[in-house]
Design a protein around this ligand. Sequence first.
Ligand code: TYD
Ligand code: MG
Length: 448
Amino acid sequence: MSKTKISYQCSSCNYNAIKWLGCCPECKQWETFKEVKTTKTTGLKKTKHHETSLVSLASVETQNKKRMLSGVSEWDRVVGGGIMPSSLLILTGDPGIGKSTLLLQISNNLAKQHNVFYFSSEESLQQVKNRAERLDCLNKNLLFSDQADLESIMAIAQKEKPDLLIIDSIQNCYTSQTQTTPGSIGQLRESAFLLMRLAKENGITIIVSGHITKEGNIAGPKTLEHMVDGVFYLQGEDRWQTRVLRSVKNRFGTINELGFFQMQQNGLQEVPNINQHLIEQVSHSPGSVLVSFVEGSRPLLLELQALTIASKLGIPQRVISGIDHKQVVLIAAILEKYLQIKLSTNDIFFKVGGGFKIKGSSTDLGIALALLSSYFQIPLPKKSIALGEISLTGQIKPINQINIHIKEATKFGLEQVLVAKNQKFEKNDCLIKQFSSVYELLTLFENT
Ligand code: TYD
Ligand code: MG
């Protein structure tokens, strides 16, 4: 028996409703609902299914595909040691941050060994040429088109089978396969689905760019992130025109891997020795402490800066950026409780140098020392770094992976490491100062 059912579907995002609605509850567009008729068969129906055969994994042949190395090592590292062939990746970031610049530089390099098609759906070929001349990216094997129709792009890709396909940007492409409006969430979802199939079925590696919307997501709600193999954010740093490339999702590598670039006249230039830059910014003054923090697979040497000053307000201010507000407040409370210093009547200003955001308890000791150093107006020992956790009882606790941090610190000329009493570490050239509880930290501020 079959029954016809009427429902209503949003033409922008495919949201289904049983009644006609003026405004779509999902994408908030007005007057987008259209009537759809569906025929439902009730009762048991005999349907023919294709036979499925099951296999044991031992009989599945795997190909060890070689990753695509662009030679831009900051990019190669962030994508997991070169791009995994047949993967679909998204590069995203604010408009004007440098996505097209980076994609052009990468594809120009990869075109030396691979067939690369670059679809510029956002800019005309003249605009792309201007940029390519400026970047000296004029490899003859890199082919361009300003086609924005996804069906046409897919047809040519299926025919020519390039190794790498760039679509800059996905938001400017349209597909006629769905009834949704171009640029809508439904359309983006559909496009990503089609591109994923294109990548897997034809062995084509695809990178698409997408800009972040006002709400801070790629094309509205994190629509595409779960559908692709890797998501990479290009973000701006206020200082020295730095651009940070971060892996947010990567099926073939680690997440939170960071790559550093500087935007210059001739495009994005790599900054391979970021710690050198960071160390150069560090001042040896009261309130400043160096810590090491692992992002992805490499440690960053970061300066914590604290300023404590007697408050003129009833409720003292806590102005904290780059680090969890509660973590700083908690460490201040521990210091106040066990060392009997009056931080609660002080305003506390706290930030992480270089505009970085960090998370985790391995910076507890650094936070405590920055606060104490500012409170007593005495700087910490020169060329020192603090690595340790602090418990609620005021004990200094060891941290994991300490050797990576010490190695990096030594590489950049640091000479003293401040750690927990029972911290275990490999032999090294640094002077190691160990503390079992917060009481012992006071010894650093005694003799002046
Ligand atoms: P672009 O790659 O177009 O950004 P997106 O694709 O993310 O929107 O880069 C835009 C900015 O970068 C633009 O303001 C100009 C600047 N730029 C340089 O400073 N140097 C360069 O070599 C290039 C190509 C761009
Ligand atoms: Mg662009």
